[in-house]
Design a protein around this ligand. Sequence first.
Ligand SMILES: *Cc1c(COP(=O)(O)O)cnc(C)c1O
Length: 406
Amino acid sequence: MLNLNFHPAGRHFLQIPGPSPVPDRILRAISYPTIDHRGPEFGALGLKVLDGIKTIFKTEHPVVIYPASGTGAWEAALSNTLSPGDTVLMFETGHFATLWKKMAENLGIRPEFLGLPGVEGWRHGVQADMIEARLRADAAHAIKAVCVVHNETSTGVTSDIAAVRRAIDAAGHPALLLVDTISGLASADYCHDEWGVDVTVSGSQKGLMLPPGISFNAVSPRAIEASRSARLPRSFWGWNEIIEMNRTGYWPYTPSTNLLYGLSEALDMILEEGLDNVFARHQRLAEACRRAVRAWGLEIQCADPSVYSPVLTGVMMPDGVDADVVRRHIYERFNMSLGAGLGKVKGRMFRIGHLGDCNDLTLMATLAGCEMGLKISGVPVAASGTVAAMEYLAAHTVPLSLQAAA
Ligand SMILES: *Cc1c(COP(=O)(O)O)cnc(C)c1O
């Protein structure tokens, strides 16, 4: 039975790969009184966040902010750039890539789904050579866009986006490049301009440490150009009017004022720490987590070490173990939420989120909860993963003084 008055002692460990825990600084910022979204103060807030978010996407071009979840920004990316019946090439990295493809079908686009076969295919990243071969075969340029997921949140695989751009260019193909980094942004390095991405989709509730509710489209000049002739119906999602009004820090409709306070605070926090420090912190915690999984004698969902995700780690269960039962034990005994296996890997793995507002001791508590939960669930554990992770973290400490931007 749902009991909204359920508040056990201590804090809940929200270790799913999004929504991630919201730091107190951000919660306090969100609690400021709502202001007039047409008044003078609002314009200053709007300009600050619209400019600051470009630093996170590493772009000089406009970033559109929607009062919507990431799924809305997916729709915006497709509906602004494509026309009914257009063919797009998508790559099956996991559950989120599959959902984006379903959306394309719903919108009347024709997605072609490339991928490695079977459940095993979900253990690898985007194969740029397969994209290049397909584009070379498309001499008539029927394919209008290539759509890939940067950090596949259902598996813990972070694909090489620069390699996808190189593949498109090597094939001499004019297709746009659309990328979902909803769970990668502000946790894994991302370079919208340098990697030649046309539309980057992201959201608030993952690396940016905000509650769910706002999402983004970073758009290249080519994407804007494509939007002038794209014929999919759109109104709320249309870039042109929003970008025009954003010039002065305002929106054509009521934006999520309080979440924008939160975004302003999140940008301060990330830039105070320094983007490179944020990325290094995620890499280090992810490595400690993987050492724990290996010590337990369990397999990591991502089978290719060159594309391990710094955001989350997928932990595969031995045959005959239901990962959702293990997750339920951990939730009931230790008040911790872990990510479920989705789609093809439902019940076969669980996901440990180590993104956003996460430090050494957050991770250690998380791993301790996992280790106890595995034992309670009767999963044979070879050795202590918490000890393996502690040894790695202790041998690779970074003084707090060096964790702040110079
Ligand atoms: C979370 C997520 C989504 C969906 O975003 P919502 O905010 O739930 O709509 C899409 N793609 C990826 C990779 C995600 O991690």
